[in-house]
Design a protein around this ligand. Structure first.
Ligand code: TEU
Ligand code: CA
Length: 535
């Protein structure tokens, strides 16, 4: 029997930027509820909400101070219950973001733990003595600098693999694990549809051996979590795992292991950075490399005993149409190309808010315009190393996280209909022409391509279960078959802005979806894409 999440398309909401309901400039839960009919019209099956829990907001909610309460800026627990219920009425499930590698330093566990070395919750975190008056070892934070922060009251350092306000939990402590499982069950009892697990590949870390990801205890902890919480339910779980290979992804997602439904793996997302360096160290996009990575994940994962996720975007990534497509002349055509290419692959597709209308990056000209902690830390650190400002701003414009976090563009009214107040982060000025209202009014818009792709997945088993075969083509073109029983579909995408040769391997019986009118000849126009039945 096929689990629901293998046939589903999931839509990620960044609540702060989705829809404001009360004019304070911050998106909120009632705002989401008010837009459910739009999401139903798109056709998605579940909504993954980025964190809405009580938080000081240093990392926009990925620093949680209370897992069982809603941050007042987003509304109340009654608003949350109302959203779950209103979504359920429309057949839409709610996936909560589970951020349990770390808490906020404002969490009561940490507030209490840092008071004394024998505080009851001291061992909920990772404390180490100074070494020769310095940090315990060379571990670094993803957001720059040492991962160790000295805490004067007790004379020890605590570990933070992200911001200083995000101390890492000590998963080796069984009391930590039990507290997390209790909290997860609190949410499961509310009737949610699953969890997206933030940086879950880090929970098995060993700070003394400087092991961060894929630590020895990672999979045992996940099996224990599964048993103590969602095991035996139909919840969907997706782990964020930057360092997963197909073999590692298989380990997580093999149902016989009782761990997770699937993981997000980021191999493709690292293709435009210099190997071994950071995301800011830019490298040109190479369509042939993307094709190779997509095909690798289609063929090296055993889908009979595992599953994969499919995505171009999330709240940490730049907008795909700006990143690897063309956000000018070919904006709509290239946005549709990426949609069709991805959604007809094997795995569960995720759409990030605004992707369904082809929203673009938003360049800035001054660091004062940047909200994101990661971008700001990088800017200061590299500036101090002598890197020119212009180069740093360029990297932020290409890769910075604010690109994804600007308010959703609903219509042509002030602030794109996101808020009647002042938005916490300014809207992209292109909202006058690029917005949901305009997309809904135009039958050829990107929105309807996504709507059609979701319908194809719901209606045709071949999209869910069909075998994948890559065709040999020129480097700028990706073409593949999906095959189930006697049925065969062909998907062809020109990943480039130039005309590319392509020879049809068989006559097309029926074109299912396309981004250009007319039947393809011996060449593909820039970004031209189609899917067709051939057998
Ligand atoms: O991201 C994990 C992570 O490693 C990111 O920081 C990533 O390296 C970077 O954003 C790439 O641009 C998760 C969340 O998705 C992110 O929003 C949080 O900031 C982070 O964990 C800490 O919770
Ligand atoms: Ca609000």
């Amino acid at each position: 029997m096929t689990p629901w999440w293998q046939q589903a398309v999931i839509y990620q909401i960044y609540p702060k930027s989705f829809q404001d309901s009360n004019g304070d400039g911050i998106g909120d839960l009632p705002g989401i509820t008010s837009r459910l009919d739009y999401l139903k019209r798109l056709g998605v099956d579940a909504l993954w909400l980025s964190p809405v829990y009580v938080s000081p907001g240093e990392d926009n909610g990925y620093d949680i101070a209370d897992y069982e309460a809603i941050d007042p800026q987003f509304g109340t627990m009654a608003d949350m219950d109302a959203l779950i219920a209103a979504a359920k009425q429309r057949g839409i499930r709610i996936i909560m973001d589970l951020v349990v590698n770390h808490t906020s330093s404002a969490h009561r566990w940490f507030v209490e733990a840092r008071r004394s070395r024998d505080a009851p919750h001291r061992d909920f975190y990772l404390w180490r003595d100074p070494k020769d008056g310095q940090v315990p070892n060379a571990m670094t934070s993803t957001f720059g600098g040492s991962a160790w922060q000295y805490d004067a009251p007790t004379g020890q350092y605590y570990l933070h693999l992200f911001g200083k306000g995000q101390p890492d939990l000590n998963w080796a402590n069984p009391a930590v694990r039990q507290a997390i499982y209790r909290m997860m069950n609190f949410w499961i009892e509310k009737g949610i549809g699953g969890f997206r697990m933030d940086v879950i590949d880090l929970i098995g870390k060993n700070p003394d051996r400087e092991i961060r990801e894929n630590g020895p205890q990672l999979h045992p902890y996940l099996r224990e979590m599964n048993q103590a919480t969602f095991g035996g339910t139909d919840l969907m779980t997706v782990g964020e795992t930057w360092g997963a290979t197909p073999a590692i992804a298989q380990q997580y997602a093999d149902p016989r292991h009782h761990e997770l439904s699937m993981v997000f793996q980021f191999e493709a997302m690292q293709l435009d950075q210099q190997p071994g360096k950071e995301k800011w160290d830019l490298k040109a996009f190479d369509p042939a490399a993307l094709k190779q990575v997509l095909a690798k994940w289609q063929t090296q994962l055993d889908y009979a005993h595992g599953w994969n996720s499919l995505f171009w975007n999330n709240h940490d990534l730049p907008r795909i149409v700006s990143r690897w497509g063309d956000d000018g002349r070919y904006r709509e055509r290239s946005a549709k190309m990426f949609a069709i290419l991805l959604h007809l692959l094997r795995g569960t597709p995720y759409i990030y808010q605004g992707e369904e209308i082809g929203m673009t990056n938003t360049p800035v000209i001054d660091i004062a315009e940047v909200n994101d902690l990661e971008s700001r830390n990088m800017y200061q650190a590299r500036l101090a190393q002598g890197v020119p400002r212009a180069a740093l701003l360029h990297a932020i414009n290409v890769k910075g996280r604010d690109n994804a976090r600007r308010p959703l563009q609903w219509d042509t009214s002030a602030h794109a209909g996101f808020t009647t107040g002042n938005p916490w982060l300014g809207v992209n000025p292109n909202y006058k022409t690029l917005n949901v209202e305009a997309a809904l009014a135009a039958p050829e818009s990107v929105f309807y391509t996504y709507q059609q792709l979701i319908a194809l997945r719901h209606e045709h088993d071949i999209v869910v279960h069909g075998a994948f075969t890559l065709l040999a083509t020129v480097p700028g073109v990706m073409a593949y078959y999906r095959t189930l029983g006697t049925a065969r579909w062909l998907v062809v995408a020109n990943l480039t802005a130039t005309i590319q040769p392509f020879h049809l391997p068989a006559p097309l019986k029926q074109v299912l979806i396309t981004n250009l009118p007319g039947t393809p000849g011996e060449t593909l126009a820039p970004y031209q894409t189609f899917a067709a039945v051939i057998d």
